[in-house]
Design a protein around this ligand. Sequence first.
Ligand code: GLU
Ligand code: MG
Length: 454
Amino acid sequence: MSEFASAGDSAVAKAQHELQEAGVRTVIGTVVNASGITLAKSVPVARLKTFQQSGMGAAPVWHVFTIDGGIAFTDSITTVGDLRLKIDIAGLRVLQGGRAWAPGKLFEQDGAASPACARGLLATVDGSLDEAGYQALVGHELEFFLVAPDGSALETTPWVPYGATGLLDRSEFLDDLLSLLNHAGIPMEQIHAEYGRNQFEFSLPPASPVEAADTVVLSKIIVGIVARAHGMQASFSPLPFTGTVGNGAHQHFSLHKNGLPLFSGGSGPHGISAEGGAAMGGIIAGIPDVQGFLTGSVLSGSRLTPGSWSGAYLCWGLENREASVRFLNEGKSNPHGANVEVKIVDPSSNVYLASAAILAIALDGIRGGRQLPAEIPGDPGRLSDDERRRANVRLLTNSPSAIIDTLDTSRLARGLLGDAIVDATVAVRRYEQRIAADLPPDELSERFRLAWSI
Ligand code: GLU
Ligand code: MG
């Protein structure tokens, strides 16, 4: 996102001029909070510099707004105080309809980064990788269900999973989506009709971690704009409808050192290098601790069922869709090179935090010299309990309270990402568990079907 690359005064003036030339009247700046919901402030374009330099006021409770519009107060996050939401003009993008968008970060009034700001944390983790000599690229997949404006299921003709039918049935929506993504400079790689009825998925190319996460936020905004224009909404809930597949938000990543890939050209299985294997070992070892950042919402666990390609088994394997870590080999059919896909992530997570957690445990694995665990080549669901035990494969927990209790007590998660973000995440997710306590699964899915929509 380099159109408006430099952040000095003249760069802001230039950016403002270009926005005005492009007919932009309003600039929207967003942050994603611990609930995975996107919050925003907007300014008239003439206030671009103030938005970037002083920022707009945001109460500290922004970190802990919940999916039902409530607030999960903590000991340190109360009604007192003020944060500043400042936009990063390097990420400015022009949308249609006189609007522009930029990613934002939350700062304290004295200019220090707010420790619970997810985008700030991801930048810090990326900085640690860089200092250690590693460069990460992250590639995201976005899955969503199209629904009626009130969240109910669309009337629909027969649905063919991965069928051409869905592409034709929704061709006007898909055309407009592609055109708006293009207009905003987002290079969508491909889109298809997914397994679920009225479910679609598109993928984004690898980019540096913060930029890649920014692009996910903007993509969700654009999906929301186009869905509305077509009299629909898009659900980014992990399980919009019970009894069928959910929405994943799979994250692929690769690591390089001195320009050389860690996941190919080495002497381990499939050419994985020793450091690449250590990074994968760190991911497998660390997932339970940080699962609250990847699948932490009250609906996340219901998606994590065997046979739904959500990676519910804690293991890794080449092209294994039932493994939480799927390995994609280099080769002619993989233009992006070897990479690791963390499949368990769902779209109720905070995309910045999920990337920060994944990259942090990968780096921890490298630092700790972890071994790559044995590969699980087939569907772990086809093994007997005994075979799974011997292969050291287990199902990840799908209990929201267990996932969050583990995060709360994890020294690894607190050590790698800080108490502020762990405490905020634990607070909002326990709040969700309280409000959901008496809801049967159908009602729970229905009530929060649009909770993570933009
Ligand atoms: N919808 C599945 C999930 O919940 C993923 C399907 C796929 O592999 O694309 O993660
Ligand atoms: Mg998919």
